[in-house]
Ligand binder design. Structure first.
Ligand SMILES: *Cc1c(COP(=O)(O)O)cnc(C)c1O
Length: 442
């Protein structure tokens, strides 16, 4: 690429200066702001960024932009869907009105969802969909004359950043101590043992403890909420379908609903369409988000069974008490439908299996590094776990220098690449991650 022109450099510096002085980034400090890269455009699996000094670079996106951009960027089918919808209407209110984009998307979601999930609430972000799922469970119990007010979950989870999703997120990772007295206090079972097929004794011990805890709180537990089989932002922890089955059984035994939060895991990220497909029973409520629009626009959805929907509606309130301004946004719904059609038109399970094999092979060298405790892969997710917190700026810079965009957190350097990442780009991602960890941590 050509060297930047002087006015480019000035504009680049001015942009960064205003950003530092005025713009919040995720989990950021206004006193010591992070040093972001400026991204100018993106195409396929590549982002065009500028270094701190303005040098343009192309980097392969190992993050799918926080797990959303399944087909990469500027996807012709999704661009066309957005353009076509812009020519009709980008937004109208959903109170008293309906439209084909929302109904078409709901039809697709009901079709794809586990059996029995027939009612769709279209929300505007993942956290809001978790709020709605929790309200559904609370209203369902209220309507039946059982005012249960708590949720049971496992440690290590992540369900979003608004207050209720935070309250069922891991107490440490979810900063419960910081917000003591404000967050509702829910019931936390231990984190289930690691791996799809953990040691039987560890699983039995976990089950004993969880059974006792559930029994002690059964009268007040409205629902169980978990990320099936893979905890995402809570620590990229893989856990056993057998433990999920235990939670389903306990919920049924004690009259609680089961909520699967598949905002991170849905749409094949762990291999199957839904991570929760690995257990025999479907959830009562399902949340989806992140990859729903292929990373184009913010949109999420909550699906529930007829029993839950009708139960909620029999209550004194006469319906589900939620209705965001941008509910069912037509532009987002149209792109989401195009995204789901595109996923279905490809052999997505085979694409994910290919990526899983490439990640397993390419990341295996990291297991030899002194700084690394474990390397794990599940579907299109590859994780390098370190002994110590990641030196984020150093690892990121080392990966960018090797042509890869990565955003580590805590002690984890991980990738969730777009499903369309070809074998050569996948090899670029895995070698950059291994080398970046080696150069920053040894
Ligand atoms: C990202 C995420 C959320 C929150 O979604 P936002 O769109 O960021 O509000 C909730 N649950 C899970 C499992 C997630 O990964």
């Amino acid at each position: 690429m050509p060297a930047p022109k002087p006015d480019d450099t000035t504009a680049h510096e001015a942009l960064l200066a205003f950003d530092r002085a005025h713009v919040w980034h995720p989990y950021s400090s206004a006193l010591s702001p992070q040093d972001p890269y400026v991204v100018e455009s993106a195409d396929g699996v590549r982002l065009r960024v500028r270094d701190r000094d303005g040098t343009p670079r192309e980097v392969v996106d190992a993050m799918s932009s926080w797990w959303c951009a399944l087909h990469g960027y500027r996807v012709p089918e999704l661009d066309a869907a957005a353009r076509a919808q812009l020519g009709r209407m980008s937004h109208v209110m959903f109170g008293g009105l309906t439209h084909e984009p929302a109904v078409g998307l709901a039809r697709r979601l009901v079709d794809l969802a586990p059996d029995g999930l027939e009612h769709v609430f279209l929300a505007d972000s993942g956290s809001v969909s978790v709020e709605v799922a929790m309200k559904m469970a609370l209203q369902w119990h209220l309507a039946a004359g059982r005012p249960r007010t708590r949720f049971l979950t496992v440690r290590g989870g992540y369900h979003g950043d608004t207050l209720n999703p935070m309250s069922v997120t891991d107490p440490v990772g979810g900063m419960h101590a910081l917000f003591r007295g404000i967050l509702p206090e829910h019931v936390f079972a231990p984190r289930p043992p690691s791996g799809l097929d953990p040691d039987g004794a560890a699983l039995a011990a976990w089950e004993r403890e969880t059974r006792a805890l559930f029994a002690a709180h059964a009268h007040e537990v409205a629902g169980v909420i978990v990320e099936p089989v893979l905890q995402g932002a809570g620590g990229m922890h893989v856990w056993a379908p057998a433990a999920l089955t235990v939670l389903h059984d306990l919920a049924r035994e004690h009259g609680a609903l089961v909520i699967h939060d598949e905002i991170a895991t849905g749409f094949h990220r762990t291999g199957p369409l839904w991570a929760g497909q690995r257990v025999d029973t479907p959830p009562d409520i399902l949340t989806v988000g992140k990859a729903l629009t292929g990373g184009y626009l913010t949109l999420a959805a909550v699906l529930c069974t007829r029993e839950v929907a009708e139960g909620v509606s029999r209550g004194a309130a006469g319906g589900l008490m939620h209705g965001p301004t941008f509910m069912g946004n037509p532009l987002a719904c149209a792109v989401a439908s195009a995204n789901l059609d595109l996923l279905a038109s490809r052999d997505t399970p085979a694409e994910v299996a290919r990526i899983e094999a490439g990640l397993r092979e390419g990341l295996s060298a990291a297991a030899e590094l002194a700084s690394v405790t474990e390397v794990r892969t599940l579907g299109a997710v590859g994780v390098i776990e370190l002994r110590e917190p990641v030196r984020v700026a150093e690892v990121t810079a080392a990966a960018v220098a090797r042509g890869v965009w990565v955003r580590p957190f805590r002690n984890l350097v991980y990738t969730m690449p777009p499903y369309v990442t070809d074998d050569a780009d996948l090899a670029t991602i895995t070698s950059a991650l291994v080398e970046a960890v080696a150069s920053a941590h040894g």
